[in-house]
Write a new protein. Structure first.
Length: 196
């Protein structure tokens, strides 16, 4: 009787190495979604005694509210998001020292000398039903207003963009035009019980 021909053996010794290399390749080249958010420096904790003493006058607060229907209300009046940046800049600068805009106090600031600085604070409030996209859009406009002011002053004073200045000059501009954004905890302030 004739023997059946033997099947040649496959060398599978390198298969594990190839699989391992493919796994490493896909791990290295694959991108993973990362959570994105807003980078903010939180203010330091204020002592209880200081809280009662530091009351902010109504004229020094710029109230920006986004309700549950994603409608923007600035100082109680409806406003289009495209107007927010200019209104914020007007509030922060108060160039004509108008009585309905923030008070100013005199400070001695490096590179600027004795100048009158705004006491204005932006109060950003939103409803629990506010969409995250609208919240970010409002945040971006407020931040952009502050950045444009800083850049404008940097160009006037130092003939350079704010980001191109050394740290001491940037700090001087931040003192000259402080941009303080106070964010309140979300509340149920808008119409309805949230978005549907």
């Amino acid at each position: 009787m004739r023997k059946a021909p033997e099947m040649p053996e496959l060398n599978t010794g390198s298969s594990a190495d190839i699989a391992f290399l493919l796994l490493i390749f896909f791990l290295v080249t694959t991108t993973f979604d990362t959570d994105k958010g807003i980078i903010r420096m939180l203010p330091p904790i204020v002592e209880k005694q200081e809280k009662s003493e530091s009351k902010v006058k109504e004229r020094n607060v710029f109230v920006v509210l986004v309700n549950a229907k994603d409608q923007l209300l600035v100082e109680g009046e409806p406003m289009d998001i495209r107007q927010l940046r200019e209104k914020t800049k007007e509030f922060l600068l108060n160039p004509e020292d108008l009585p309905n805009l923030p008070e100013k106090e005199e400070k001695d600031i490096p590179y600027f000398g004795k100048v009158r600085v705004s006491k204005g604070v932006i109060s950003l409030q939103n409803d629990r039903g506010t969409s995250y996209g609208k919240y970010l859009e409002v945040q971006n406009e407020l931040t952009a207003a502050g950045n444009e002011i800083k850049d404008q002053i940097a160009m006037q004073k130092f003939n350079k963009h704010f980001d191109d200045l050394p740290e001491d000059q940037q700090n001087a501009i931040k003192q000259y035009v402080p941009v303080m954004i106070s964010e309140a905890e979300p509340k149920n302030i808008g119409a309805g019980k949230g978005r549907k």
